[in-house]
Design a protein around this ligand. Structure first.
Ligand code: HEC
Length: 149
């Protein structure tokens, strides 16, 4: 009996890994998938700005457009962190829910940092832009440290 249970456990583990290592998000509205897609959009909007700055290819007009893209997607993930949405395949830590106020504060820091990046971009001052970019980057990292596996 015990043996069989182990075999079944091993089999279901291999079924899970067979489809990309992760169980599918089958909940109505797929909140985990929705927020992960929204974070990917944030990353896609954010990354090109870092590349431009690191490669010394700052272009004020392009940066204004890129900061605008980030501003457009910055609100995407947050409404998908509903109370009952901590389940596989999430990479969120349980602290998102157990320390909800601190998570909300980190989210607000991020939203503010994005607003400041938009303002810095409008100033066309590369130094201000670089500082504001770093602040957004720090806000991603700081939240991930406490709230993402
Ligand atoms: C307030 C907290 C917070 C901030 C700010 C934040 N993230 Fe995240 N991020 C998370 C959490 C929590 C997850 C895990 C979501 C899940 O798996 O359910 C995540 C997941 C991700 C993922 C993985 C998506 C996937 O495919 O699973 C990427 C990429 C990402 N974030 C990029 C960023 C970038 C880039 C920034 C800043 C520009 C950022 N995040 C800001 C909390 C945050």
């Amino acid at each position: 009996m015990r043996h069989q249970a182990l075999l079944i456990a091993a089999l279901s583990a291999s079924i899970l890994t067979a489809c990309g290592g992760e169980p599918a998000d089958t909940r109505p509205g797929q909140p985990v998938s929705a927020r992960r897609t929204a974070f990917k959009k944030i990353l896609l909007a954010f990354e090109p700005m870092g590349v431009a700055l690191r490669e010394k290819q700052y272009d004020a007009d392009r940066f204004i457009a890129q900061a605008g893209e980030l501003a457009k997607v910055k609100d995407g993930p947050w409404r998908h962190f509903g109370p009952d949405t901590n389940y596989p395949p999430t990479h969120a830590k349980a602290s998102v829910w157990s320390e909800a106020q601190r998570f909300a504060a980190k989210r607000d820091d991020f939203l503010l940092a994005v607003d400041r990046l938009t303002q810095a971009a409008a100033s066309r001052d590369e130094k201000k832009v670089a500082t504001a970019y770093d602040a957004v980057h720090d806000s991603c990292r700081s939240c991930h440290k406490s709230f993402k596996d």
